[in-house]
Design a protein around this ligand. Structure first.
Ligand SMILES: NC(=O)c1ccc[n+]([C@@H]2O[C@H](COP(=O)([O-])OP(=O)(O)OC[C@H]3O[C@@H](n4cnc5c(N)ncnc54)[C@H](O)[C@@H]3O)[C@@H](O)[C@H]2O)c1
Length: 318
């Protein structure tokens, strides 16, 4: 029997255990940070307050501690938010973990020393000496996966055989996996869609949102090529696939809608979304120093409009 450790008992980490259990994998789930998730997962019923569902009884919840890593796992899955990546990178580095890693987290980081934007896999490799990293991305609402609704995602690794091996043991009839060698393109797409879904959400009608969708794809294509990914990856599940689901619903497009109505980011956040994390806003702030200096602004007018609204605090003009 295969053994998987999932780090992150939030919506995505917990939903990911469902297909794994259906595949008769032994799943250990741990939560290092959030007290509500720890309470949910350690309770008898395993009712997840964010997914609003009971997780399979056979998921083993264990408190986070370094002792966990003394067990032998076939795969370690990282499902923390971007803010947890440095924490887990340090831990895995300290313990010299060599187990294959699968990253579900989406996002990018600006390396201030090197003046470079790093994907999560690059960060883990460069800063924490972690090798053998695959990434899993694509259009996946955790609530749907947890309810076994049909979901298609993509696993990327420069060594496609490693990606396929992982895909083989986690895929089910309702969780289908595609594969890619373009790990950089896949990671950039899955992060940038948070920015462009805000742009699309700002359109105050389907006609204009469709046009923004089309123009967003052109900008994403330019950016993926700029960062050495493959242009065609924009058409993958991690690109246009994830952009579609994020533009139709979710916090980024909701914020975009308020910006499109004329609210400033601060007003909209305080008035309508005080407790929500808007990943697109965080990403834009993260990559702003790089975008300002290194990217031809004429090639990315939509991102620049959002940039002027969020960073320079102007009303959105698209
Ligand atoms: N690859 C996919 O198919 C897929 C699908 C949906 C979401 N995601 C991504 O997965 C990640 C988690 O999403 P979610 O919906 O589970 O979010 P969530 O808010 O439900 O859970 C967040 C998780 O990150 C942890 N965390 C937050 N801040 C932390 C910190 N400072 N240090 C350590 N841990 C911290 C929390 O404790 C929790 O485990 C996000 O990056 C999201 O974009 C991936």
């Amino acid at each position: 029997m295969k053994k998987i450790l999932v780090i992150g008992g939030g919506a995505m980490g917990s939903a990911f255990t469902v297909p794994c259990i259906d595949n008769k994998i032994s799943v250990t789930l741990t939560e290092p940070y959030n007290k509500i998730f720890i309470r949910d997962l350690s309770s008898k019923k395993k009712f997840h307050s964010s997914l609003k569902i009971r997780l399979p009884q056979s998921v083993k919840f264990e408190e986070y501690s370094k002792n966990l890593f003394y067990q032998k796992f076939d795969l370690i899955v990282i499902a923390l938010s971007l803010s947890g990546i440095d924490f887990i990178g340090k831990e895995l580095d300290k313990l010299k973990i060599k187990t294959p890693i699968l990253v579900l987290t989406k996002g990018l980081k600006y390396d201030r020393k090197e003046k470079k934007i790093l994907t999560i896999s690059e960060q883990l490799k460069k800063n924490y000496n972690i090798q053998n990293i695959s990434v899993l991305k694509g259009p996946c609402l955790a609530k749907e996966l947890a309810r076994k609704k049909k979901t298609n995602v993509i696993i990327a690794n420069t060594n496609i055989n490693v990606a396929k091996k992982i895909g083989k043991f986690i895929s089910t009839k309702y969780y289908q996996i595609e594969f890619s060698k373009d790990i950089i393109g896949i990671e950039f797409c899955s992060a940038l869609k948070n920015i462009y879904s805000m742009v699309i959400g700002s359109g105050q009608g389907l006609n204009i949102s469709s046009q923004l969708f089309q123009k967003s794809l052109i900008e994403m294509k330019y950016l993926i090529k700029f960062f050495n990914g493959k242009e065609e990856t924009v058409l993958s599940l991690a690109g246009v696939g994830d952009l579609y689901v994020s533009a139709l619903g979710g916090r980024n497009s909701k914020m975009g809608n308020y910006l499109g109505k004329g609210y400033s980011f601060k007003e909209a956040k305080q008035k309508f979304m005080p407790k929500d994390t808007v990943e697109g806003e965080q990403l834009l702030r993260e990559i702003a120093p790089f975008v300002q200096k290194k990217i031809d602004k004429k090639k990315i007018p939509l991102m620049m409009s959002l940039f002027n609204t969020i960073i320079k605090k102007k009303r959105l003009k698209i």
